[in-house]
Design a protein around this ligand. Structure first.
Ligand SMILES: [Zn+2]
Length: 201
């Protein structure tokens, strides 16, 4: 995999496709990488939402649970992933960041049959759920796990992006929109991911 003209280019064995989102705007200066989860269990659900003009939302990349990658916005264009957000004295992180969405149902709750379900009542198998406490919350909840193949693909593409755009840091949506967002959540290994991507072991 490489980056040419702000687009990912697949090399043999790479699962990379391009599916353009209409939800984008002109140029950005990508100083940060912002990590997200989609809050849904399927790639198709996330991609079709980001292709819907009514969503007013998008991301540069969406990474499926098997590690396959869909690019939806060129890296030098503004994707609409962070919404109301700030970091340091920067206001509106879409102008200053590349966004990666990981297909993950996020924070879950139990239904009346004692099954873990998403906000839209999709059942998530208990074997894919871990109970954890978010850093901004006071109680534990069930969270959808990130498969290893997905984390490895995210690490690989984020490292490639850092080589190209030389990020100042890697952040979570929860860091730039605290109180409003909890993604990528407590199961995303942010410390090790940041160290590997930025080469600061
Ligand atoms: Zn997010």
């Amino acid at each position: 995999m490489k980056i040419s003209n702000h687009l990912l280019v697949a090399e043999p064995g790479d699962l990379v496709t391009y599916d353009k989102s209409p939800n984008q705007a002109a140029g950005i200066s990508p100083l940060y990488l912002v990590m997200h989860y989609t809050a849904g269990p399927t790639l198709d659900g996330a991609v079709s939402w980001f292709k819907n003009p009514e969503a007013q939302a998008s991301s540069h990349l969406v990474i499926d649970r098997d590690g396959s990658i869909v690019q939806m916005v060129a890296f030098n264009r503004r994707a609409w992933h962070a919404g109301k957000s700030k970091w340091g004295n920067l206001d509106g992180m879409n102008q200053f960041s590349i966004g990666i969405e990981l297909v993950n149902a996020g924070k879950l709750r139990k239904n009346s049959n004692d099954q873990w379900v998403t906000w839209s009542n999709k059942v998530i198998p208990a074997t894919d759920v871990t109970i954890a406490k978010h850093k901004d919350e006071s109680t534990e909840a069930g969270w959808h796990e990130y498969p290893q193949a997905q984390l490895e693909a995210a690490c690989k593409v984020a490292s490639l992006l850092h080589k190209t755009y030389n990020f100042t840091d890697v952040l979570g949506h929860e860091d730039v929109s605290p109180g409003r967002k909890v993604d990528p959540g407590p199961l995303f290994p942010m410390n090790s991911f940041r160290s590997i991507v930025l080469g600061r072991a």
